[in-house]
Write a protein that binds this ligand. Structure first.
Ligand code: CP
Length: 291
């Protein structure tokens, strides 16, 4: 049974196939390849983009989608996550898409091997479909991405987007630099600096990340306007051909200024648009090609 827990589940040929399918779906909507499939979404954390994008992707391919709202589920009566999942699996879906605050959740559910599991973001550790849509967006812009320089800026230590993104970008030959204050910098062997100016000097792409306030045990900075003075991407940082990306949600004028977000350099909404095509390709890969 094929699951997508993190990027390690995909070798380069599978990644390239997903990117290729997404590209062809973007060019021309495919037929309803998944019209006999049923998917359950199980989001224990809030989501605007990922949940909607998966639902749109599934429906574009003709699949049916059922959403279980954990806040109104029997987990509130003390049912364990594993039991909730086993009960959903007993209803015979073709895949379950899960988001959870704990790093290990997608792996625990995948290891039960009852139904294919797709990770829609777990803890600080993994958000593989975001990494794939980010890679697709970069590749769509540059074509050849080998050696392209990406600078990741923000709360890298607490970001699952960064965790999966770094794995994928390394695998695909991008040159990565990390920029963050020491509180947000993970232990790393990658190039890194606390200076935004220094870290973006040679960048082709800046990927800005939000402070993951919900994952901080106690407030790290009292005043994020002070943080923004050093790390907000502003107009003065822009050059022609420098791409600005962000997985969302954006904290405007803390992560990225309004001007930059709305500039021609910004690919933020293109990332969201591409998310649908990438998730269509992932659903095809997990539910159809891997069966
Ligand atoms: N990028 C992302 O995961 O956004 P949501 O939390 O809105 O799904």
């Amino acid at each position: 049974m094929q699951h997508l827990v993190d990027i390690d589940d995909l070798d380069i040929s599978k990644i390239e196939k997903i990117l290729e399918d997404a590209k062809s779906f973007k060019k021309k909507m495919p037929p309803k390849l998944l019209s006999d499939k049923l998917i359950i979404t199980l989001f224990f954390e809030p989501s605007t983009r990922t949940r909607s994008s998966f639902e749109v992707a599934a429906k574009r391919l003709g699949a049916s989608v059922v959403h279980l709202d954990p806040a109104k589920s029997s987990t509130k009566k003390g049912e364990t996550l594993e039991d909730t999942f086993a009960n959903l699996a007993a209803m015979g879906p073709d895949g379950v898409i899960v988001r959870h605050s704990k790093d290990e959740t997608a792996k625990i559910l995948a290891d039960m091997d009852l139904v294919p599991v797709i990770n829609a973001g777990t803890g600080k550790s993994a958000h593989p479909t975001q990494a794939l849509l980010d890679l697709f967006t970069i590749k769509e812009h540059f074509g050849d991405i080998e050696g392209k320089k990406i600078t990741i800026v923000g709360d890298i230590a607490n970001s699952r987007v960064a965790s999966s993104g770094i794995k994928l970008f390394q695998k695909m030959g991008l040159d990565i630099t990390l920029v963050a204050p020491k509180e947000f910098m993970p232990k790393t062997t990658l190039k890194n600096t606390p200076s935004l100016e220094e870290g973006i000097k040679e960048a082709d792409i800046i990927m800005s990340l939000r402070a993951q306030l919900e994952r901080h045990a106690k407030p790290i900075f009292e005043d994020y306007s002070e943080y923004a003075k050093h790390y907000c991407i502003k107009k003065r940082h822009l050059r022609d051909n420098l791409l600005i990306m962000h997985p969302g949600p954006v904290m405007r004028n803390i992560d990225i200024s309004d001007e930059v977000l709305e500039s021609k350099n910004s690919l933020v909404l293109e990332q969201v648009r591409n998310g649908v095509f990438i998730r269509m390709a992932i659903l095809k890969y997990i539910l159809l090609d891997s069966r």
